[in-house]
Design a protein around this ligand. Structure first.
Ligand SMILES: [Zn+2]
Ligand SMILES: [Zn+2]
Length: 140
């Protein structure tokens, strides 16, 4: 279990975290973070305290983004119907032993930003195809 908190400390959490970091260069993440990518770890069994301070924003019908209503820290991104969330890696108290393993929406990465060496890469079209397959499975 790893622990973390937002900038002001109103929201703290514990969760089981992946050691791989995902870098998302999609336009929504760029705007959300104020200059992407959104760097996150996949977490399960997320226990949040201060949940009443979390503001949820739906940038799309399937996704939910949470921020701290007090300090504005980006907290998590999750998709309806999935049993995991993606939590911003910078919130973790201990970031040792982690590395960027996947980099998605690479065709949206701005020209001024270099790629992450050794990370698996996928484009927007590839990610949207995965999303469509997931949503089709949900409806079936
Ligand atoms: Zn906060
Ligand atoms: Zn994104």
């Amino acid at each position: 279990m790893k622990e973390g908190q937002c900038l002001c400390g109103a929201v703290t959490f514990r969760a089981e975290c992946s050691t791989g970091i995902n870098a998302c260069h999609c336009i929504q993440c760029q705007r959300w973070t104020g200059g992407g990518p959104y760097l996150s770890v996949q977490v399960r069994n997320l226990e949040i305290s201060g949940e009443e301070r979390v503001l949820a924003y739906h940038a799309s019908e399937w996704g939910e983004r949470g921020v701290c209503g007090t300090c504005g820290s980006t907290l998590f991104w999750r998709m309806r119907g999935r049993d995991y969330s993606n939590v911003a890696v910078g919130l973790l108290n201990d970031q040792s032993g982690l590395r960027v393993t996947t980099e998605i929406f690479v065709d949206r990465r701005p020209d001024w930003m270099p790629p992450f060496e050794g990370a698996e890469q996928s484009t927007e079209a590839e990610e949207m195809a995965k999303m469509d397959a997931f949503l089709a499975g949900k409806k079936a």
